[in-house]
Design a binder for this molecule. Structure first.
Ligand code: PLP
Length: 415
């Protein structure tokens, strides 16, 4: 890291340098993470961080917003083009805030909505009692079937008929299978509920045309921009133009003040990248690589939730080897393999321990890893987990990690 910070603030500099080194030397398998391009990083680092631009392009509360307007309009137009929607709001600071704005547009405090159970792969903002969604509204949760770990669409329908929610939320953070948006559309229509697809994890697959799109079926679509979409940290909302007024006002001033214009610039750059044919090729590799990982776990005697994956993530039950998700994730971390512990459907262990780990292919695929490398990554993980108390295995696995990370340096992801 070649940096002016070094001369100004050594404490922050040292930690930033170590973070660069950590990313360079570890296998990043957290399913919600990715590596942005140099162009995205440069936009993120721009002087737009200095600018206040409350309002929307052409309708700002501050002066000096002409360049901010140009950039936000580019981001909006590209977002609409990516998804084929007639409305986009690119201001949400995060996926959670995008959801909050949609909730504010659809619900009053105390109203009922339905979302997927966090323990079955949903997200905190889909009704967890510790989140605003669970604290403000009445939540009815649905889950996956015990026999195949697919969303229990019949249960969704029954619960919707019985509870008449105003809003149904579909989407999750640890669901490895294709989501049937049409089925949700029929259910929502039959009870006159609005439908929100939160595609935070799979938006890159949707943009690439490698997962069915919720556009045209769901009233609202939210996504993060930093997961498979490979942009800066943030959120966006997509919808039909008839919802423009209410959604714009729920984002600002509803839940936010000034937009992060430097982040919006980085979103615009990332969206341009996602519109290139090479992005589709990237996502195809992401899916292939997740599948390769899943195959290794199955061959090595692990239980893969739902029996495999259709997307970028794999949820593995490590309890069949007598270990917890917590232990597995921590031991892997010591060998520079980064995953997260994750509850599995019908988990018997508490959320702080869990029986599973979640792994994703987006980041390492960006780094250049292909089928052979993912095969090796899977073998290294299984070698370690199968021999947790053996020091010589740990040394061998670390060596394997180093060979892989040395082969794919990260210099071209830096400014
Ligand atoms: C990651 C995620 C979010 C929240 O994103 P943040 O940017 O962390 O707030 C929302 N919904 C789902 C399904 C997610 O996976």
């Amino acid at each position: 890291m070649n940096s002016f910070i070094e001369s100004q603030d050594t404490e922050v500099f040292e930690a930033l340098k170590k973070e660069d080194e950590r990313q360079e030397s570890s296998l990043e398998l957290i399913a919600s993470e990715n590596f942005v391009s140099r162009a995205v990083l440069e936009a993120y680092h721009s002087s737009l961080t200095n600018k206040y631009a409350e309002g929307y392009p052409g309708k700002r509360y501050y002066n000096g917003c002409e360049n901010a307007d140009t950039i936000e309009q580019l981001a909006i137009d590209r977002a609409k083009q990516m998804f084929g929607s007639t409305y986009a709001n690119v201001q949400p600071h995060s996926g959670a805030q995008a959801n909050m704005a949609v909730f504010l547009a659809c619900l009053n405090p105390g109203d009922t909505f339905m979302g997927m159970n966090l323990a079955h792969g949903g997200h905190l903002t889909h009704g967890s009692p510790v989140n605003f969604s669970g604290r403000t509204y009445k939540v009815v949760s649905y889950g996956v079937r015990q026999d195949n770990h697919r969303i229990d669409y019949e249960e969704v329908e029954k619960l919707a008929k019985a509870n008449k929610p105003k809003l149904i939320v579909v989407g999750g953070s640890a669901y490895p299978r294709i989501i049937d948006f049409n089925r949700f559309g029929e259910i929502a229509k039959s009870v006159d509920a609005k439908l929100l697809a939160d595609v935070a994890h799979i938006s890159g697959l949707i943009v690439a045309g490698l997962h069915p799109s919720p556009i045209g079926i769901c009233d609202f679509v939210t996504t993060t921009t930093h997961k498979t979409l490979r942009g800066p940290r943030g959120g966006i909302i997509l919808s039909q133009s008839e919802n423009e007024k209410i959604l714009n006002s729920r984002v600002f001033p509803g839940v936010q003040g000034g937009p992060l214009m430097h982040v919006i610039a980085a979103k615009a750059v990332a969206f341009k990248e996602a519109l290139q044919p090479s992005f589709k090729e990237y996502i195809a590799r992401v899916i292939e690589n997740a599948n390769t990982l899943s195959e290794v776990f199955l061959k090595r005697g692990y239980r893969v939730i739902s029996g495999g994956t259709d997307n970028h993530l794999v949820l593995v039950d490590v309890s069949v080897k007598g270990i917890t998700g917590l232990d597995a994730a921590n031991k892997l971390d010591e060998a520079h393999i980064t995953v997260n512990k994750n509850g599995i459907p019908f988990d018997e262990k508490p959320p702080a321990v869990t029986s599973g780990i979640r792994l994703g292919s987006p980041a390492l695929t960006t780094r250049g890893f292909g089928k052979l490398e993912f095969e090796r990554v899977g073998q290294l993980i299984c070698d370690l987990l199968d021999n947790l108390s053996d020091e010589s295995t740990k040394i061998k696995v670390k060596q394997g990690v180093k060979e892989l990370t040395d082969k794919y340096p990260m210099a071209h992801f830096k400014l």
